[in-house]
Design a protein around this ligand. Structure first.
Ligand SMILES: CC(C)(COP(=O)(O)OP(=O)(O)OC[C@H]1O[C@@H](n2cnc3c(N)ncnc32)[C@H](O)[C@@H]1OP(=O)(O)O)[C@@H](O)C(=O)NCCC(=O)NCCS
Length: 157
């Protein structure tokens, strides 16, 4: 079943501090790397980070955050709340993010993904990203061997 049509999609730079805090909560619940609300606010205000947050009522259920990087931009992070996974939300967020990146004139979207993150790798491959290289042992794990980072990109011009 697709994600519910009642979800609210908002540009990152229109979100209040309270909404950005909810976004960082979802980041913490979804990924090893955590952001403070202050660091996310600073990324938006001083580094022109862009993207979107998705809300179900007051709850942040998805986000995609991009950072300009000279002529390219990097997909820094993307997540869907566990209860809404498998309903096409990340696919939709990638499409929206790509439209914004293209409208801003970026040449490519870059990203890094752990080699054992099979769901994210499948998502990116389905969306047209291809592998450019690897950083061996880049992601260290508390009680498991380090995993490679796969570097991927997609031309959008
Ligand atoms: C990766 C993630 C963002 C996918 O979000 P999602 O909203 O469930 O993804 P979608 O429903 O839009 O799926 C789109 C495509 O991704 C792939 N995919 C998504 N979940 C998958 C899974 N569990 N296993 C395999 N492929 C998967 C499929 O190709 C899917 O297309 P299909 O439905 O036509 O098969 C989500 O699992 C998540 O938040 N994970 C934790 C955070 C994370 O790892 N982020 C990426 C960091 S690099």
């Amino acid at each position: 079943m697709p994600f519910p049509p009642s979800l609210r999609f908002s540009d990152l730079n229109t979100l209040s501090s309270a909404d950005l805090a909810k976004l960082t909560d979802l980041q913490a619940a979804s990924l090893d790397e955590t952001w403070s609300t202050e660091s996310l606010t600073s990324m938006i205000q001083t580094q022109s980070a862009f993207g979107l947050g998705v809300f179900d009522g007051e709850t942040c259920v998805g986000f995609a955050v991009y950072l300009p990087c000279v002529d390219d931009c990097e997909l820094l992070s993307i997540a869907t709340a566990a209860a809404l996974r498998g309903k096409g939300l990340a696919k939709h967020m990638l499409g929206e993010g790509e439209s914004s990146a293209r409208a801003s004139g970026f040449d490519r979207i870059l990203l890094e993904v752990a080699d054992d993150n099979l769901a994210a790798r499948a998502l990116y491959e389905q969306h047209g990203f291809s592998e450019d290289g690897r950083r061996k042992g880049y992601y260290t794990r508390a009680n498991a061997p380090a995993r490679d980072a796969i570097l991927m990109s997609k031309p959008i011009k």
